[in-house]
Design a protein around this ligand. Sequence first.
Ligand code: FNR
Length: 225
Amino acid sequence: MQIKILAFCGSSRRDSLNQKLLDTAVLGALDAGAQVSNIRLLDFPLPIYDGDWETEHGLPERARALKALIADHDALLIATPEHNGGYTALLKNALDWASRPIESDPTGLEVFAGKLAAMVSASPGVLGGMRAQIALQISLNKLGLLVIPNAFALGLAHQAFDEKWLLKDANADKSVRGLGAALVTTASTLRGSFPSGRRCETPTRGGVSRKVRIRRRGSRPCARL
Ligand code: FNR
């Protein structure tokens, strides 16, 4: 069955360097045979997370839509700028809302359980947003996602793309496309290793592991054990 990748970027800027880098990784995932949904977080406008707001209004419709998309994909491909050493508020807010419980996902985390993620970042600075990736990896692991090691941080990114949004450097282009492809092949391999009904460990909100069933697309949500 075809692997489904959900791609999104922590910058909503029209000329975002990170979106350009993400689009290159997406090309690699497509070449590797995946179906890719390359969404814009701008299309998921959400209030800044606030517990009182949530109690009063419930989960926003756009947060439900984002959760449903995550549930329907095998892996996440994420690009993020670095903002003051961390990843962006836009991305954090989207992940925070997506982690909130709903009727079909009482812990809030079942949409993430046992799925893969890959990260890229771009910055005009020399480190390419590497610190943002460290912060993002901590959050993704906490959500129960397995982050593959093929990360890419693009430094001096304001000089790196041509007018068609393609990377000028052939080696960088190959690496970023390779990252997209690696996400697909790793997801395929894991799917083969964990047929429906096998179990894996995933963290709970309290940090204690619990067993969940690996969710296959089209199957019932993960059982809570
Ligand atoms: C930045 N930028 C930045 N860059 C970096 O390498 N390390 C950092 O800590 C920061 N911090 C930071 C904070 C804030 C509030 C802004 C607005 C910017 C610069 C940032 O990497 C640059 O604007 C990127 O071009 C943003 O990514 P997009 O929108 O081009 O994808």
